[in-house]
Design a protein around this ligand. Structure first.
Ligand SMILES: *Cc1c(COP(=O)(O)O)cnc(C)c1O
Length: 402
């Protein structure tokens, strides 16, 4: 079924990708979501908005991000060629700035008084606080206490950038609780506030809007790869937490049927250890979470399960609705990498190529390192290196006793 026109039309007017997505929210929030959708549909058609975004991508983020052929890594592995799309080189160190700039500009256009969001690893928080500082709009970030302790440099940056940081201590005090807390604040005044979701998740129109802002990654990469190699890569891969860097990379390649798309989820301490991974598509089932229908990891009581990953940005018991759909139709293959494999990839990429990846991104590097040796040397794997590992350096050094 995977023809270009069908993919380009997704989601439908109600925000559905097949059975996934939609707006499972209370009526007062539905109104606010519809307002955001209308404003977004208006702004995206406007030449002045597209020009402003394009010039910020170029002069502020530093786009286009290059593609680097990891020659030493590829030859050590002795198989397919590995290429890295360098989102780690973006201002603020990851892909998230792409959609944060879009969301901040939209907030300004809509005359909102405050931008509210959650953050896991702190990457979304830093990127959003950055975009809000640039645009000149107040910003409030909710973050789990566990993540606050783990991601100290990002916490400091958010404070410097002038956002209000709200620590969340309930439950496991990680990403899911931060989402709940931020949502409660937003519900106090959805007319004057805007919730800037950090991935391709949540109620319509966020999965669509965040994907569209991130699609620059794959659009650039497809053109860069074609012009350098005269052909498309055999594999295009990305790590999947909520799924924004992966959708940003995959969207341009969805209609290229010869291109294998691979999403890599965190297997944590092992897929068989309930509560100790967050491989939602690999181990979850269709359900609802945070205003959308999607694959969900649930516990025995039918509540969102406890999740774990060594990468704070990946530990979420849901996943974007479009990924849920792409899994069902088989267009994307979803694989996993464990904490251990992630650490090995983190160290290998650092020492063989001089690139310290984010722990999130190290999951897809781990997958590429696993499959490359079994593929011929004239095959190409394009890896989305979603972010840099500065934020993880102390944590890994402590863990490995360096
Ligand atoms: C947040 C983050 C992720 C996970 O989010 P997605 O929405 O799945 O992309 C991946 N990599 C980095 C570097 C991140 O900061």
């Amino acid at each position: 079924m995977s023809n270009t026109r069908e993919f380009a039309a997704m989601p439908d007017a109600q925000g559905f990708f097949g059975p996934y997505g939609g707006q499972y929210v209370p009526p007062e929030l539905k109104q606010a979501m519809d307002d955001i959708n209308r404003a977004y549909e208006e702004i995206r058609q406007r030449a002045d908005f597209q020009e402003e975004l394009a010039s910020l991508f170029a002069d502020y983020v530093g786009r286009p991000s290059p593609i680097f052929h990891a020659r030493r890594l590829s030859s050590q592995l002795g198989g397919a060629q590995i290429h890295l799309k360098r989102e780690d080189l973006n201002h603020t160190g990851a892909h998230k700035i792409n959609h944060c700039l879009g969301e901040a500009l939209l907030a300004k256009f809509m005359g909102k008084q405050k931008v509210i969001a959650e953050t896991g690893a702190g990457q979304h928080g830093v990127a959003l606080a950055t975009a809000c500082a640039l645009v000149g709009i107040p910003c409030e970030i909710h973050m789990g206490q566990v993540d606050i302790e783990k991601e100290h440099p990002n916490v400091t940056k958010m404070k410097i950038l002038g956002c209000k940081l709200v620590p969340v201590t309930r439950g496991a005090a990680t990403l899911k609780e931060a989402v709940d807390s931020a949502f409660e604040e937003y519900l106090k005044d959805p007319h004057n506030y805007i919730y800037a979701i950090g991935s391709v998740v949540g109620p319509h129109p966020f999965p669509k809007m965040v994907r569209d802002f991130q699609a620059i990654i794959g659009n650039e990469a497809r053109e860069q790869f074609l012009s350098r190699h005269g052909r498309l890569p055999d594999y295009v891969s990305a790590c999947v937490g909520g799924g924004s860097n992966a959708m940003g990379m995959f969207t341009a390649f969805l209609a290229d049927e010869a291109v294998n798309l691979v999403g890599v989820e965190p297997a944590g301490e092992g897929l068989e250890r309930e509560g100790r991974h967050s491989a939602t598509l690999s181990k979850g089932k269709p359900g609802q979470l945070h205003g959308m229908a999607c694959y969900v990891l649930e516990d025995a009581q039918g509540q969102p399960a406890a999740v774990h990953s060594i990468a704070s940005g990946l530990d979420y018991p849901g996943v974007g609705p479009q990924h849920s759909y792409l899994k069902d139709i088989g267009r994307v293959s979803y694989q996993t990498a464990t904490d251990q494999e992630c650490l090995e990839a983190f160290m290998t990429l650092s020492r063989v190529e001089g690139i310290i990846p984010a722990l999130e991104s190290a999951h897809v590097v781990a997958w590429a390192m696993r499959v490359a040796p079994s593929l011929p040397a004239d095959q190409h794997i394009l890896v989305n290196l979603s972010g840099r590992g500065d934020k993880d350096a102390d944590y890994v050094a402590n863990l490995l006793g360096l």
